[in-house]
Design a protein around this ligand. Structure first.
Ligand SMILES: C[C@H](N)C(=O)N[C@@H](Cc1c[nH]cn1)C(=O)O
Ligand SMILES: [Zn+2]
Ligand SMILES: [Zn+2]
Length: 478
């Protein structure tokens, strides 16, 4: 039996054990955006490092510095760099993933505790981080552990880079990648990232594009303290009134961004590109099912995909400082911060986006003649990435997908952002493949996030099989 077949067989026999490992890591609430959870993020990084070291990997814990979160000075979580195998006759694959997760509270609407993995009868493995990105990060570890257990060597040398700040802007990571490009990452032939999702629920895909992100806080400040609306309403400029007005000016109900000039740098759609929207596993019917309501703006599927992949969008996320509990508090909040972000696309420049957004909001605020003070703060950002899917690294990903799932993968772009993708490509000068494990309906960032057992188990096979394919592929045949 070929090594890859032996590997597949042992993966099949280890399914329950793999789910238990996923349960163990989901139970660590490694929420990078919550200052009170920082020690849990660190604990998760240490868990990963210990497990890889137990396997024989050489690891380096990099402390990327400090962060100011909610007025608290915090140590950024460690970046875990690793090397597993160092055979000069083998190729070297660098894998990246993140061990932090989005916030999750039972009160957000979760059916079960977000940090207790629940295996549902229909095969869903429900828990925060199951698909984004603990399942895939475990996938690489379980692949290596399974090989060792089967007495098999990995077909390539593996380097890895796991961070704990991806959900909060990957602070500190770009510099580490640049610093280590000629040191720890030296000798990398290709990069593979498993941190996005299929387009549908049945057909796997390879991804060759990501949108960037520019995140803003819009702060309006008035009185020194919250006020009684019965006493002061109608007699003072209310920060919340100004804020709601400004937020309403950002985007219309059809999703069209109102900031003048924002579409000027967007690359026009070519005839060649039009063809890439054909034959994909994507339908409005399935999308409406995932959304649990048909609230889709566009008529044609290709327009929905274009607005997910290749046009900028602007979303409003929340307001800090505003009254938001149940009950009827009659307060005038003194200081409020609206939070919104833009997803950016080729060829938008982050500095230009920032300039246009800031100028527009200042102009709109001036029209209000308000005595409040307003500030636009850009809190984090990441660049878009677009790559050709014709590189041999993608051929290896496609061959592995066909072996594991028996179908040719769709070629997709992703609406979300993984800011370091471009940094790896530029700093290391090698091709990057995005090879997702999860499906479109996993609910990443949402309530009841899940990873299907099928995707977890087949995904572990897929990541391993991809390594075998890279080992056999001429990566110079571009
Ligand atoms: C696609 C990836 N799994 C992901 O969820 N990325 C985040 C990155 C981010 C940027 N700001 C905060 N998080 C995303 O696209 O929202
Ligand atoms: Zn992610
Ligand atoms: Zn995420």
């Amino acid at each position: 039996m070929a090594n890859v077949e032996k590997y597949f067989k042992l993966v099949d026999q280890s399914q329950q054990q793999f789910i238990e490992t996923l349960r163990e890591v989901v139970a660590i609430p490694s929420v990078s955006g919550d200052a009170s959870k920082r020690s849990e993020v660190v604990r998760m990084g240490e868990w990963l490092q210990a497990r890889w070291e137990a396997l024989g990997a050489v690891c380096k814990r990099v402390e990327p510095g400090k962060q100011n979160l909610e007025g608290t000075e915090l140590d950024l979580p460690p970046i875990i760099l690793g090397q597993y195998g160092n055979d000069p006759t083998k190729k070297t694959v660098l894998v990246y993933g993140h061990y932090d997760v989005q916030p999750a509270l039972l009160s957000d609407g979760w059916e079960t505790d977000p940090f207790t993995l629940v295996e549902k009868p229909d095969g869903r493995l429900v828990g925060r981080g199951s698909t984004d990105d603990k399942g895939p990060v475990l996938g690489w570890l379980l692949c290596a552990e399974t090989h060792k257990q089967a007495g098999l060597e990995l077909p390539v040398n593996l380097k890895f880079c796991f961070e704990g700040m991806e959900e909060s802007g990957s602070e500190g990571l770009d510099q580490v990648i640049v610093d280590e490009a000629d040191k720890w990452f030296r000798g990398t032939d290709v990069v593979c990232i498993s941190d996005n999702y299929w387009l549908g629920t049945n057909k796997p895909c390879l991804t060759h594009g990501l949108r960037g992100v520019s995140y803003f806080h819009l702060q309006v400040e008035g009185p020194g303290a919250d006020l009684h609306s019965g006493v002061f309403g109608g007699t003072v400029h209310e920060p919340m009134v100004d804020l709601v007005h400004l937020l309403s000016k950002l985007v219309d109900s059809k999703g069209h961004i109102q900031v003048p000039g924002i579409y000027d740098q967007v690359m026009p759609v070519t005839e060649e590109e039009e063809k890439t929207y054909e034959g994909l596993e994507f339908s409005h019917e399935a999308l409406a099912r995932d959304l649990k309501n048909d609230i889709i703006i566009h008529k044609e599927e290709r327009d929905t995909l274009k607005h997910r992949w290749r046009f900028p969008t602007l979303s409003i996320h929340g307001v800090e400082g505003a009254f938001h509990s149940s009950g009827d508090k009659t307060v005038i909040p003194a200081k409020v911060r609206g939070k919104f972000s833009l997803r950016t696309v080729p060829n938008m420049e982050p500095a230009k986006v920032s300039e246009l957004v800031t100028k527009y909001l200042n102009d709109e605020f001036a029209k209000l003649n308000s005595k409040n003070t307003m500030r636009v703060i850009e809190t984090h950002g990441g660049r878009w990435w677009y790559s050709s899917p014709n590189h041999p690294n993608f051929m290896a990903g496609a061959a592995a997908t066909e072996k594991v799932y028996g179908v040719k993968p769709d070629l997709t772009r992703e609406g979300g952002s993984i800011p370091v993708t471009l940094t790896f490509e530029e700093a290391l000068g090698v091709n990057v493949l995005l090879l997702p494990m999860g499906a479109a309906d996993d609910g990443a960032h949402s309530i009841n996030e899940k990873l299907d057992k099928r995707n977890f188990i087949q995904g572990i096979k897929l990541l391993g099989c991809y390594l075998y394919e890279v080992a056999q592929t001429d990566l110079t045949a571009v």
